[in-house]
Design a protein around this ligand. Structure first.
Ligand code: SF4
Ligand code: SF4
Length: 86
């Protein structure tokens, strides 16, 4: 079992919770922002494979993009919505 310090952990920024195509990206309808602006998935335990407007929720490691400041990045292109943004 990996030590906690060895694990790459999501910082829960919510940046990968976009759906759609082209210039029509939108936040997933299951992404909830608290009053403090912290994003939370409303269906976290059942999210994988869930149909969302504009796509399907998949494991972060299976997405085809990187996201700004995401510790899960693997050298893929930055998601088009976030190009030039942080
Ligand atoms: S972009 Fe990365 S850090 Fe942000 S919520 Fe997604 S996996 Fe977590
Ligand atoms: S269902 Fe998936 S894309 Fe939607 S908020 Fe939850 S983790 Fe993000």
């Amino acid at each position: 079992m990996a030590k906690k310090a060895d694990k790459i952990e999501c910082n829960r920024c919510g940046k990968c919770c976009l759906a759609g195509e082209g210039n029509l990206f939108h936040w997933c309808e299951y992404l909830f922002f608290t009053r403090l602006g912290t994003p939370t998935c409303m269906i976290y335990d059942k999210r994988l494979g869930k149909q969302i407007t504009g796509g399907t929720c998949i494991s972060r490691k299976d997405t085809k993009y990187d996201y700004p400041n995401c510790p899960m990045n693997t050298g893929k292109p930055i998601h088009p919505f976030w190009e030039g943004k942080t």
